[in-house]
Ligand binder design. Structure first.
Ligand code: GTQ
Ligand code: FE2
Length: 370
């Protein structure tokens, strides 16, 4: 038994499965906000492409797994950022990635596609042509099959680490390679229709959607050169056609266009991002780390890390596809950005002046003392 009464008391608390907050994590020690989770990292296309070929040799089709090479951040226990996992998947001609579903939400950005490469979501086939985006929202049945005569490759982005941290991972196998199509004639109805069975309680946001590249690119072209965000350049957000909101409840997808030689201003957001280079050459500086990217490279931007993009080519445009965990943070009122709110809705509402004076000043002084 310790002599000092507080230590003795701490020991007594421990026996009751209690600790005094003074002995545990010092929750209020760091008043500087989040430390960026994980490291800025780059995955070069040339390396990933050859590893995918090798994977096609050594990793057979399987009922439970995907032939997806997941980009693992060495600074995290798991994931590309602390909320998202990004990887690249290959299926050979004639192969099927078997039907399953999971509470984890996912999206596919097609890298090497074809008119007869399909993701089937809840009975509806979605063709995957180059640069098409297809959503497989949480708990939708999905399989992928390649009826073309060349290997197909796409980018997978999933909210795996987030769902893991929330302990919300459910997984189910359909039991057959392919799910039946809603319309065996191959007609595509779900993508155009906004009707849904009223007896199936399902949020309308959870409907699969395909965003054909030709439409997305046309929209980007129309705005290219616009006087857009000084931090993000010409940044377009893919929109859920039913809700007008982001693509998935947790994840938002963007296209960004940087004109030749353009250098954006540094900023940071509480959200993290995974990026894929559609075309062009550039550099992204993330908390002092320089990431030099080229076509089809992938990289990540940890949360709350200062970063800016630049197009290092004097003659070619650069186009980036990226996924952000912004909708998740917005839903919780946690989205913010420095040095300013560039998305129009980010910062939490200001506190009344007299309260702000009292709460902010002492915090700033405490910081200085350390
Ligand atoms: O294609 O369904 O990269 O379920 C990881 C988990 C892809 C998929 C991944 C998956 C999938
Ligand atoms: Fe899946």
């Amino acid at each position: 038994m310790a002599d000092d009464p507080l230590t003795a008391f701490d020991e007594k608390l421990a026996k009751a499965n209690i600790y005094g907050q003074w002995t545990g994590e010092k929750l209020f020690r760091n008043t500087d906000g989040p430390q960026p989770a994980g490291e800025p990292c780059l995955w070069k296309w040339a390396e990933v492409r050859s590893l995918l070929d090798e994977a096609a040799e050594v990793m057979p089709e399987s009922q439970t797994a995907r032939r997806s090479l997941m980009f693992d951040n060495p600074g995290l226990p798991r994931g590309t950022t602390h909320t998202m996992a990004m990887g690249m998947q290959l299926i050979r001609p004639g192969e099927t990635a078997w039907t399953h579903r999971h509470s984890i939400a996912a999206l596919r950005f097609t890298i090497e596609g074809a008119a007869n490469l399909y993701t089937v979501v809840d009975g509806e086939p979605y063709p995957m042509e180059d640069n098409d985006l297809v959503l497989t929202p949480g708990w939708t049945w999905h399989d992928h099959h390649n009826e073309s005569d060349k290997p197909a490759i796409w980018l997978d982005v999933l909210d795996v680490p987030l769902m893991g941290a929330l302990n919300q991972v459910f997984y189910e196998s359909f039991g057959e390679d392919r799910q039946p199509l809603a319309d065996e004639s191959g007609a595509m109805t779900a993508r155009l229709g906004t009707l849904r069975p009223a007896w199936e309680a399902r949020p309308t946001a959870r409907v699969a959607v395909r965003y054909p590249w030709k439409d997305a690119e046309a929209q980007l072209r129309r705005l290219a050169g616009a006087d857009a965000s000084p931090y993000d350049g010409v940044a377009l957000e893919y929109v859920d056609p039913l809700t007008g909101g982001p693509t998935l409840p947790t994840l938002s997808c963007w296209l960004q266009w940087l004109k030749p030689g353009q250098e954006l201003k540094p900023h940071r957001r509480t959200s993290s991002a995974v990026c894929f280079v559609i075309r062009g050459q550039g550099r992204t500086v993330i908390d002092g780390t320089e990431i030099d990217w080229g076509p089809r490279d992938g990289f990540c931007i940890p949360n709350w890390a200062w970063h800016h993009h630049m197009n290092t080519s004097a003659s070619e445009e650069a186009v980036l596809f990226s996924v952000h965990d912004i909708p998740l943070l917005r839903a919780l009122g946690l989205y913010r950005e420095e040095p300013e709110d560039s998305l129009g809705t980010g910062a939490p509402p200001p506190v009344p002046g007299n309260i702000a004076d009292r709460t902010r000043e002492p915090a700033a002084e405490q910081n200085k003392e350390k």
